[in-house]
Design a protein around this ligand. Sequence first.
Ligand code: XMP
Length: 599
Amino acid sequence: MRNSEPVSGKHSNISTPQITVLDTGGQYTHLIARRVRDLGVYADVQPSETPASELRARKGVIISGGPGSVFEAGCPDIDPDLVTSGVPLLGICYGHQLLARHLGGKVERGTRGEYGPAHLTVTEQDPLWNGVSESQIWMSHFDTVAAVPPGFRVTASSGVSGVAAMSDPARRLFGIQFHPEVVHTRAGRRILENFVFGICGAERDWNISQRIPALEEEIRRIARDRNVFFFVSGGVDSTVAYTLCLRALGPERVYGIYVDTGLMRKNETAFVRSVFAELGATHFLVDEAEAEFLHALEGLTDPEAKRLAIGEQFVRVQERILASEHFLDGHWILGQGTIYPDTIESGGTAKSDLIKTHHNRVAGIQALIESGRIIEPLTSFYKDEVREIGRELGVPAPFLARHPFPGPGLAIRCLCSRSRAAVVASSEGALLPVRSVGVQGDVRSYRQVLALNRAPDREGIESIAPTLTNERSDINRVIALCGSKEPLEAFSVFAATVTKQRLEVLREADGIVREFCLETGFENQVWQFPVVLLPLGVAGASESVVLRPISSVDGMTADVVLMAEAHLTELTKRLLNVPDIAAVFYDLTHKPPGTIEWE
Ligand code: XMP
């Protein structure tokens, strides 16, 4: 945890949370707190072992789901006093199992995981089910509750193993095996509302726009007579944090430095420059670092090695800038766009943590943090709340509506291969000698890709791809062929790394896709649309492009979005006009089991 002085929480006149979510390490922990805030109630996230004495003032506590098993030594636990503290509790998934175990129920080790949709039927009414009699629900678990604790009743069934829901309404203790926080659980919002308002008696106290004057005041208090500089990324968080400081301190006192890694999308630097000009920034500097990043990536093919190299290169560039601009003298403090999920070590996705950790570990930045010379105005807020602040501050709407873009940039969409290998024909199509990252439960996988010799359609997305990824342990992703210059059987994967030339091909393809999506309005139908480059093809046209349009609420789960057939035909034609591109594919894999990014 950081020891900076955040412009948030206990340091300002922002009220204390009414609901606390205890983090057992699950990927949905923050989503629960966000859902509660969406209801207008201030919620925070704390470590699962937080002493019950620190939670007594809360109106309610939610224990999150997580990847652990109560049968593993050292698994995340809660303070045993919490279950008798009188604070209303809702255990979700692993939290449900923890509650059962602490209260004398029985948890059983699962024989196989249950992931995905199921149907909930309420069998016994209680305050959690107010207005709910049945619902589609989302399951992601391994262990189950086999017997409820004394005093509890089973209150719902789900057709899958174990207790789907249990409660002891008199003690205000509730446990549910499914995830009410994900959108796939249709009655999820209602269930959380029932807990937060009906059971805990929380009041609405969370309003973003009303908090802005206090945030600006706090920035002035922390900055005193010192100037603030930011490493801006062109992303929403750092831009909104920068704009808050700009409004609070004026343009003469706020500097923005943008590192051009060479791993950005087409025209990105010019676009970011224009946005900062529009915001009224007078001190905006671009640091050209493409050559350094390409050098750092030389020879690398493994996804984690690439991510690490990029993170470390960021560190070196930041240190160079800190030294050269004399920012370490007493007149400067560092501004950062850290948002709430970044402040909790186990939160967020492991991959994004990796990169952010590296940024925060720069020795020069560490020195600034240790001497309290850092300002992080957004540490209390989630992404959608940051957008709302941005809107209030006049950050241009198209900028705030931008699709998320990963820190390591196009490098993690430019797949590499150590050696040349032929594709292997299979009954369904071709098994590609290319591996990509996936996720099941909370566990990451790194497996091969199966290419179907058929065009993308509903059946492929909803039936063929899920069946294949469930049945075959060698793959985690299925793609469909939209068009190619040669038959798939003639393709090979070539030895390849991230090079300037390959990035140019990817940038070109990504630019074609983006332009097409703006033209057709498809841009607004998707949450994100990564374009991935594979070193797959024939001599003379040795690259393939995979289209990965998805819808999502927060990037934690994602559904494939199918493009209209006529549009896809046209887009494929445009992409195949690029000389290096041999084929165009469409990713049919939802998340889970595939991740949004391929690496
Ligand atoms: P995955 O691939 O894990 O991605 O399904 C979920 C979301 O996170 C983004 N992403 C990143 N964002 N730094 C970031 O700032 C990263 O290293 C990173 N990796 C993935 C991804 O684009 C998607 O929106």
